[in-house]
Design a binder for this molecule. Structure first.
Ligand code: PGA
Length: 234
């Protein structure tokens, strides 16, 4: 897994948005796995811009969210369902029946993904502790969609958005490592100096559950973009 290191994160955001647009223009019905938060937001902003500028029709795109907090009211501002509706589905004019959200008690999420033909392209970030989605350290290669306890660093990193650590949920639901690795294309982004330490481990440590993002190295069609700050120093 050789990362592409870019001088500015916008270069990666534009490249990934362009790839998604090319797929959508070629096939129309494309199944996309969605990450949330500060890492992918620039890609979604660029997609919204391209929709208008190049008149791209995203109407046949189907999406599956990667993860979700548990124990929040469904209309809570910080749910990932709400976040992706605002930053992805609404600006790209994707109707609600094509948007799939992972939620408490969901049994059939993996089946729904299979029924849709599998995920064509999964957008993914990497946590400071090496998590992918909410597959925290200790998550195995075989893990599937399930409820998990959030790692202290994950809760800390979410504290600002929740107005303090006390109100950050302790539990979440997430696609598993195995689920993520089944996506046909994995497109991974990591930006900023706070990711540099973990990116060195993701690229160099033995593959295993201690740093779940190391499992990404087993995927055949993966592109990892880093900005200079996130790239391990030579
Ligand atoms: P971030 O997190 O977008 O807050 O950097 C990435 C992740 O945890 O996957």
């Amino acid at each position: 897994m050789t990362p592409i290191v870019v001088a500015r994160r916008e270069e990666a955001e534009i490249a990934l948005a362009r790839e998604i647009v090319a797929l959508v223009q070629e096939r129309h019905r494309v199944v996309i796995g969605l990450a949330t938060g500060s890492t992918p937001v620039g890609v979604y902003r660029e997609l919204a811009r391209l929709r208008v500028q190049e008149d791209v029709d995203f109407g046949a795109v189907e999406t599956f969210n990667l993860d979700e907090y548990l124990d929040l009211p469904s209309d809570h501002l910080q749910t990932f369902a709400r976040w992706t509706r605002e930053h992805f589905h609404a600006p790209l004019r994707i109707s609600s029946e094509r948007a799939h959200f992972i939620e408490a008690g969901i049994d059939g999420y993996e089946q729904l993904i299979q029924d849709a033909g599998g995920i064509d392209l999964q957008i993914l970030g990497i946590g400071r502790n090496g998590h992918i989605a909410f597959n925290e350290p200790g998550s195995t290669r075989e893990s599937r969609t399930r409820e998990v306890e959030l790692h202290p660093w994950t809760r800390e990193d979410a504290a600002a958005a929740f107005g303090g650590l006390a109100t950050v949920p302790h539990r979440a639901i997430t696609m598993g490592v195995a689920t993520i690795l089944e996506a046909r294309r994995l497109r991974v982004l990591a930006f900023g100096s706070r990711k540099a330490e973990i990116m060195k481990r993701v690229l160099e440590d033995a593959i295993g559950p201690e740093v779940p993002a190391t499992f990404l190295r087993e995927h055949r069609d993966l592109v990892l973009w880093l900005d200079r700050e996130a790239a391990p120093k030579a």
